[in-house]
Design a protein around this ligand. Structure first.
Ligand code: ATR
Length: 276
């Protein structure tokens, strides 16, 4: 039986085993998928373990995505731009790295009926999560991508990286601090970790109004502070639970060559999360 797993630290909270088991069951595929806690200094040894044990692949989560990027023999374009890998495949002695987070976001936005093409997008944050989704945002051909961050120089560096990437096309890429973000945005994406401390990045509230869609990469049983603020100002909003399921589906496709349906599982996970 083909074996896969997710590795991280911490890992106990991971929903990936639940999600991949559901995909396999729905498609009648025999595979195993487990979760492994990796010691903070143990990533290199973990890769040896993966190879020796004959695992076919693994998902990589916090804090090992950059180390997985460096460990891969081959990288996809989107993993190269992300500087991080969340999906490793092991085949014929070659370790291939990909990043499915951005594709997960793009697919969830499509399911929500939120287009990227020709639209103006504000990306809040310039850390690992933001960098992980930039390639897929550009591939959606937005008219404008503005990156705003607390540390302005990080926003500038990510904007430079985006601008010089092969995916940039004719997109107008710019950057600033939160307070200076201005324009008429169709989509505002929160890729900061501010929600972890119950905070909302201090971008101008006037940017959120009816007709704007707000997407929080974080998810929670109740509305995140960002989602609650957006809804209270009349904007559409969603949290990142759908992206979680979609990035897993893309990993499954890479490994198994078939893309699972995601809609039912998103609904079921939402209900399970609300029940606690
Ligand atoms: P991740 O992998 O989750 O992106 P990260 O690389 O540490 O983690 O990046 C966290 C992001 O959230 C950064 O953009 C960070 O801003 P800085 O670059 O200025 O550090 C942002 N962030 C974290 N806490 C925040 C807060 N309370 N308000 C606004 N932005 C915050």
């Amino acid at each position: 039986m083909d074996r896969y797993y997710v590795l991280g630290n911490p890992i106990a909270h991971s929903r990936s085993p639940r999600i991949h088991s559901a995909f396999a069951a729905a498609l009648g595929q025999e595979l195993s998928y487990e979760a492994r806690l990796v010691p903070m200094e143990g990533f290199a040894r973990e890769i040896e373990f993966l190879k020796q044990e004959g695992f076919r692949g693994c998902n990589v989560t916090v804090p090992f995505k950059e180390q997985a990027f460096r460990a891969a023999d081959r990288l996809s374009d989107r993993a190269s731009l992300a500087g991080a890998v969340n999906t490793l495949s092991y085949d014929g002695g070659i370790l291939s790295g990909d990043n499915t987070d951005g594709e997960g976001l793009a697919r969830d936005l499509a399911c929500l009926g939120v287009p990227l093409e020709g639209r103006s997008v504000l990306l809040l944050g310039a850390g690992g999560a933001a960098r992980g989704i930039v390639a897929s945002l550009l591939l959606g051909h937005p008219r404008r991508l503005h990156i705003a961050n607390r540390t302005v120089s990080r926003a500038g560096a990510l904007a430079d990286l985006a601008r010089s990437s092969p995916m940039a096309g004719s997109c107008d890429v710019s950057s600033s601090g939160f307070e200076e973000a201005e324009g008429d945005f169709d989509l505002i994406i929160n890729a900061t970790s501010a929600s972890l401390s119950g905070e909302i990045p201090p971008f101008p509230g006037s940017l959120l109004h009816e007709g704007v869609f707000a997407y929080d990469l974080m998810y929670a049983p109740e509305d995140t502070p960002f989602v609650a603020r957006a809804r209270s100002l009349g904007a559409g909003a969603a949290d990142g639970l759908g992206m979680l399921v979609e990035q897993a589906a893309e990993s499954f496709r890479i490994w198994r060559g078939v893309r699972p349906d995601t809609a039912d599982l998103k609904d079921r996970l939402r209900q399970e999360m609300r029940r606690g």
